[in-house]
Design a protein around this ligand. Structure first.
Ligand code: EPZ
Length: 422
C-alpha cells in the first residue's frame, strides 16, 4: 500500500487545475448504456472509481476504451447482462446508478445492495420507491435488489427522503422514465450541478426531459436513445478542496475552472471567515488566510453548503480563531476526519451530528489514516500547514476521487510525495 509524506509549512503559489467531475462522470457513464450506439465522454477524470465503473460496464457486456488522455468511448451495442455483482458494487456504491438503465433496457435488473461506507449507512429506499412507482416489482433478498417490470409507465413521484432529495435516486428514476411510456414528473428531485449535467446528457441522447436544477423534473418517455458526445464539467469539489488549501497555506493560488457558481455556498462562507477571493468565470484566486474567523455551518442539499466540502472546511476552521460549529445534516456520521485531525492537535468535540471546533494556533505533523474520500482530503490539507512531517496511510481512498493530487499540489509548491508503505 502507498502513503503520502507531506512536509508542512510551505507557502503555496500558482495555478492548479482540477480534473473533470467524478460525481458527474459516474452517473453519465451509467446513463450511456440506455443507448444502443456509442457515446464519447470528454474531460473524464482518471480515477479509481472511474476504473471500477468501467469494470462493471465490461461485466455487463459494454465495451469502453480511453481514446485520448481524458476521453472515454462507451459502446453499449453488446449490452448482455442485467446483473451488477456484489464484488464490484461493494467497492463503489455509485455502481447502484446502473439499476435504472438496466431496468429500462431489460425490464429487469439485479443489482447488489451497496452496503455501508466509512461514514455510515447508505440506504437506497428512495431508489426502490421510485422504480416501483414506475411499475417495477422489487424484492430485496440475498443482498441484491431484484427488479422486474412487465411495463414501465410514467407517473408522478415525490422523491425526497428524511435528509432531502437524493442524487442517486433521481438518477435511477430519470433513466427509467426516459424509456418508459408516457410522462413522469419527479418532485423533490436533486438540484445538484451533477444532476443538471446528467439531464443535459440525457437530452443529448434524445431524451424528452426538462426542469433540471428546479427540483421538479419532467420526462416524456421515448422509444429509443442514441449515443452522444459530451464533455464533463470541472470537479467543483476538487476545486473547492484546492481553494481551501490556498486559504490555509497559500500566498496566492489560482484554481482554474468555471466552478464559482457551483461553489457559491462554499465561497460565501470562506469570505465570512475573512478570506480574500477574486472570482471570475474561468477561475477563483484565493489569498492565504491561515487563521479564519469562526463561522457556523450546516450542510444541506444544493444550493446549500455541500456535505462533500464539510471535512475540508473542518480542517480549515481547526486552525482558526475562536469556536466554530459544523452540523452535518446529510450524513450525520461523516466525521472520520475528526479523530485523525485530533492526532495533529486539532481541538474538535463531536456531539452526534455536530462538531464543535475550537481553533488552535498550529497543527503538528503525525502519522494518520485516510478513510472516506473527503476525510482523507482534509488530512492532506492539515498536513500542508502542520509543523513537521505528516504521513497519510491508505491513500487509495484519495485516488478514488482526486486525480494525481500530489502532482497538482506539488505544482503549486507543496512538499508532498507518494511512497510505498514501509
Ligand atoms: C452523491 O451520493 C455523491 N456521490 C456523494 O459524494 C455525496 O456526498 C452525496 O451525493 C450527497 O450530496 C456521487 O454522486 C457518486 P444521495 P448519493 O442519494 O447519490 C439519503 C463523494 O465524496 N438517502 O444524494 O449516494 C442519504 O443517506 C461522495 O464524492 C436515503 O435516505 O447521495 C443521504 O443522507 C460521497 N435514501 C441523502 O439522502 C435513498 O434511497 C442524500 O443522498 C438515497 C439517499
Amino acid at each position: 500500500m502507498e502513503k503520502f509524506i507531506i512536509e508542512g509549512g510551505r507557502q503555496l503559489y500558482g495555478k492548479i487545475e482540477p480534473s473533470g467531475s467524478k460525481n458527474s462522470a459516474l452517473p453519465i457513464l451509467a446513463t450511456a448504456i440506455l443507448a444502443e450506439s456509442p457515446s464519447v465522454i470528454h474531460n473524464c477524470p482518471r480515477l479509481t472509481d472511474i476504473e471500477t465503473m468501467r469494470e462493471l460496464l465490461h461485466y455487463l457486456g459494454v465495451r469502453t476504451e480511453w481514446v485520448a488522455d481524458h476521453t472515454l468511448r462507451i459502446d453499449p451495442s453488446d449490452l448482455s447482462s442485467y446483473e451488477a455483482p456484489y464484488d464490484i458494487v461493494r467497492r463503489m456504491r455509485a455502481s447502484v446508478c446502473v439499476l435504472g438503465p438496466l431496468l429500462a433496457r431489460f425490464k429487469r435488473a439485479k443489482v447488489s445492495l451497496p452496503g455501508g461506507c466509512a461514514f455510515g449507512p447508505r440506504p437506497i429506499d428512495l431508489h426502490i420507491k421510485g422504480i416501483e412507482a414506475l411499475g417495477a416489482d422489487v424484492t430485496v433478498e440475498h443482498g441484491y435488489v431484484n427488479a422486474h417490470a412487465e411495463r414501465l409507465k410514467g407517473t408522478e413521484i415525490y422523491l425526497a427522503g428524511a435528509h432531502g432529495p437524493s442524487r442517486g435516486a433521481t438518477s435511477n428514476v430519470m433513466t427509467v422514465a426516459a424509456l418508459a411510456e408516457g410522462e413522469t414528473v419527479i418532485y423533490d428531485s436533486a438540484k445538484e450541478p451533477e444532476t443538471v449535467e446528467q439531464v443535459k446528457f440525457l437530452r443529448a441522447m434524445g431524451a424528452d426531459i426538462e426542469g433540471e436544477g428546479t427540483g421538479t423534473i419532467r420526462v416524456r418517455g421515448v422509444n429509443k436513445l442514441k449515443g452522444a458526445e459530451f464533455s464533463v464539467m470541472t470537479d467543483y469539489i476538487e476545486a473547492g478542496t484546492y481553494i481551501v488549501a490556498g486559504a490555509m497555506a497559500g500566498s496566492e493560488v489560482e484554481v482554474v475552472g468555471d466552478v464559482a457558481e457551483n461553489l457559491k455556498p462554499v465561497l460565501a462562507r470562506l469570505s465570512e471567515t475573512g478570506c480574500k477571493l477574486k472570482v471570475s468565470d474561468g477561475s477563483v484566486i484565493v489569498k492565504g488566510h491561515p487563521r479564519p474567523s469562526p463561522v457556523n455551518i450546516t450542510t444541506a442539499p444544493y444550493p446549500g453548503f455541500p456535505t462533500d466540502m464539510q471535512a475540508q472546511f473542518t480542517a480549515y476552521l481547526s486552525i482558526g480563531e475562536g469556536t466554530s460549529i459544523i452540523t452535518e445534516k446529510i450524513y450525520p456520521d461523516r466525521f472520520m476526519h475528526v479523530q485523525e485531525l485530533a492526532r495533529m492537535g486539532a481541538d474538535i468535540r463531536r456531539e452526534d451530528a455536530v462538531a464543535v471546533i475550537t481553533g488552535v494556533e498550529k497543527l503538528t505533523g503525525a502519522v494518520v489514516m485516510a478513510s472516506d474520500l473527503r476525510a482523507s482530503a482534509a488530512l492532506v490539507l492539515a498536513g500542508l500547514v502542520a509543523e513537521g512531517e505528516t504521513h497519510i496511510r491508505r491513500i487509495y481512498h484519495i485516488d478514488r476521487g482526486y486525480e494525481r493530487i500530489e502532482v497538482k499540489l506539488a505544482g503549486i509548491g507543496a512538499r508532498i510525495e507518494r511512497v510505498e508503505e514501509d
